[in-house]
Design a protein. Structure first.
Length: 239
């Protein structure tokens, strides 16, 4: 998770230029944005907890160098005190990058500033198989947008090479959000089934997307996921 309303990215329109000598950007971290961000992170971790797996949130910062990040960590620890059932830890962003490569399973929910999150999200996408496998969501107080992490890839338009998995998983995240926001159990169930269908489609290792060196393109992957969804529906009716 990354806060998109503050930090260096949010300040890009307010940069100050000193002629040809220097340019100044501002890292603004506020209490209000931090508290909202961390509340969402801890609530998300709590929902992700399972029997035998305690929820965990990791605050990723650079508190040893930047005062703004020290404040970011301070607000994180203050919010963590309200969630005694969720494990909370703090980690520097450079050390986190190393740990994500060596042992990504050590993490659950990571929460950070937008620039750090932008970098680590690409690292995370690589760990899960590439940008074509990585879903994302921009969630506000009232509305949300769901889309793959990747861009439009105009160089492969019409060639049937794009991996649709990130789009499908983004749709699953949308259904989960709608279910939580409106209390619709059917949406949450549909999200779970969609993710399970993706997992089953790739489970035997025979379907390899083109960006990973395989031959499976848009139609093949979509068809396999659709097939797994149909099997789940039939099994549900049979039960």
């Amino acid at each position: 998770m990354r806060e998109s309303t503050e930090g260096l990215f949010a300040a890009r329109s307010d940069s100050r230029r000193d002629g040809d000598e220097a340019v100044y950007d501002t890292m603004r971290i506020s209490r209000r944005a931090c508290d909202r961000l961390f509340t969402f992170a801890f609530d998300l971790a709590r929902r992700r907890s399972r029997p035998g797996r305690r929820a965990r949130v990791t605050c990723v910062d650079k508190a040893n160098v930047l005062p703004s990040m020290a404040f970011f960590r301070e607000r994180f620890l203050a919010r963590a005190a309200d969630y005694p059932d969720v494990d909370a830890e703090c980690a520097y962003v450079d050390a986190t990058a190393l740990r994500l490569v060596r042992a990504p399973w050590d993490f659950d929910v990571l929460v950070t500033e937008n620039v750090f999150g932008d970098i680590l999200s690409d690292l995370g996408a690589a760990l899960m198989g590439g940008m074509g496998m990585a879903p994302s969501a921009d969630i506000g107080d009232r509305h949300a947008v769901f889309q793959p992490c990747h861009g439009t890839a105009p160089d492969i338009v019409g060639r049937g090479l794009a991996n649709p998995t990130a789009m499908v998983l983004s749709a699953a995240m949308m259904l989960e959000w709608l279910g939580d926001r409106h209390g619709v159990a059917g949406c949450r169930h549909a999200a779970v089934e969609l993710v399970r269908a993706v997992e089953r489609a790739f489970a035997d290792g025979t379907m390899l997307p083109t960006e990973s060196g395989g031959s499976a393109g848009t139609t093949t992957i979509t068809g396999r996921i659709h097939q797994e969804l149909q099997r789940a529906v039939v099994a549900g009716f049979s039960a």
